[in-house]
Ligand binder design. Structure first.
Ligand code: 1GP
Length: 245
């Protein structure tokens, strides 16, 4: 089965939770240990990526360690096209729809496409939309963030992504955002697209995870809580809230 089908089948039954790990932040062994903790908390898959510092080496060794420890799918969430590894199960082949830099809209993708094909990695097309505050990823990618109080603009970009043929849409507030994507924006986008909606950035409490679930996000992504928190009960509560359990 393709990774895309695995995700679609799961989403069909309700909101899923994905854990994002940055391979630059810890050894592969530590990443595997954290991944196991998140699997025990109920996470469904892993994204590996970060805005800077990803190499084919740290990407490959981290993906391999996580797969061996959990057996769950590992998707590359690329910050740039330079690093690639066939240890990942799939790549989120994404375009930042509201970036102002062609490198992040189609040029980086043109660079990466032949390599992705050669390595035999499953590409999953995704329209990525960065919402205020946007944090590091917005700065690095020259993105004009969608204001938090402008859900119509987020809807328009998401609809454009779907009409361009993207099979997933991702609303991103940025890693470490003080406030996640507003639930009203998630709900408005979800109402207007037919493809699965991923939401991430700044979700680190059961309440914010539950709000994303209630607004009908299909996938809720959390990052450093796993790195920062030794509190396995909190991790479980966040994952359960994201999944509406
Ligand atoms: C994934 O960037 C996020 O969309 C991760 O955000 O690190 O704030 O959980 P956090």
């Amino acid at each position: 089965m393709t990774v895309k089908q695995y995700l679609l089948d799961k989403i069909d039954k309700g909101t899923i939770h994905v854990t994002l790990l940055d391979p630059e932040d810890q050894t592969p062994e530590k990443a595997a240990e954290m991944a196991k903790t998140m699997q025990d908390a109920g996470t469904d898959a892993f994204f590996i990526g970060g805005s800077t510092g990803i190499t084919s080496e740290n990407l490959g060794s981290t993906a391999k360690a996580i797969k061996e420890a959990t057996g769950l799918p590992v998707l590359y969430f690329p910050g740039s096209p330079e690093a690639l590894s066939n240890e990942v199960d799939a790549i989120l082949f994404m375009s930042i729809l509201n970036s102002k830099d062609p490198r992040f809209i189609t040029a980086g993708q043109a660079f990466a496409a032949p390599i992705v094909k050669k390595l035999g990695i499953e590409p999953i097309s995704m329209g990525y939309i960065i919402v205020e505050p946007g944090m590091t990823v917005a700065k690095v990618t020259q993105t004009k963030v969608i204001p938090r109080d402008n859900p119509e603009k987020a809807v328009a970009y998401a609809m454009a992504g779907e009409m361009l043929g993207m099979s997933l849409i991702y609303l991103e507030a940025g890693s470490g955002a003080g406030a996640p994507v507003p639930p009203e924006m998630i709900a408005a986008v979800k109402k207007n697209i037919g493809v699965p909606l991923i939401v991430g950035g700044g979700i680190r409490t059961p309440e914010t995870a539950a709000a994303a679930h209630k607004a009908r996000a299909d996938v809720v992504v959390t990052g450093p809580i796993v790195e920062e928190s030794g509190d396995t009960k909190l991790l479980k509560d966040i994952v359960s809230a994201a999944k509406g359990l």
